[in-house]
Design a protein around this ligand. Structure first.
Ligand code: ZN
Ligand code: ZN
Length: 163
């Protein structure tokens, strides 16, 4: 055992020789022999005490390391959770933007189709009214021709039809 000056018994100024397990006190030879207090107490050699307490301290240290590790794992899990939350948020924003993009494209397309249909209808209406005008013209010409025929004398009427 190391024996620096501060490792001397404060009362007797002698090196420690044993440890009283009951009192958890280090004892010098005078403490052991001269003090009635420890007579019936169980003593441990310094080596025994060292081994035992060293074991306890190292066990405590391992527990602390475990706790620190768990804390660090918990912290990592929290960080990962936060990263995943942000990633999910970013994905959702992308999805929203993409959906908005699709909707705007569909609306543009709808406007184009609407315009094309309106144009086709307009052209059809135009051609229908042209045809109607044409028919009306032909009908009125035929009508005038009939009126003219009917206004003729019987001889001229028959001659117009059969000659
Ligand atoms: Zn002493
Ligand atoms: Zn004692």
């Amino acid at each position: 055992m190391r024996d620096p000056p501060d490792m001397l018994c404060k009362k007797h100024r002698k090196a420690y020789q044993a440890m009283c397990e009951e009192d958890r006190l280090l004892l010098c030879i005078d403490c052991i022999i001269g003090e009635d207090q420890h007579r019936d107490h169980k003593l441990a050699s310094l080596d025994q005490a060292y081994e035992r307490y060293r074991g306890q301290v190292s066990e405590t240290r391992d527990q602390i390391i475990e706790i620190v590790d768990m804390a660090s794992i918990t912290k990592q899990i929290d960080q990962r959770k936060e990263e995943m939350r942000k990633a999910a948020e970013a994905t959702e924003q992308k999805l929203v933007r993409f959906t908005q993009y699709l909707i705007s494209k569909i609306e543009q397309r709808r406007e184009l189709v609407k315009g094309a249909i309106a144009e086709t209808l307009r052209k059809e209406m135009e051609s229908l009214s042209e045809n109607a005008n044409f028919l009306e013209q032909i009908s009125s010409e035929k009508l005038r021709h009939m009126e003219k025929l009917l206004g003729q004398t019987p001889q001229h009427f028959l001659a117009s039809l059969f000659l």
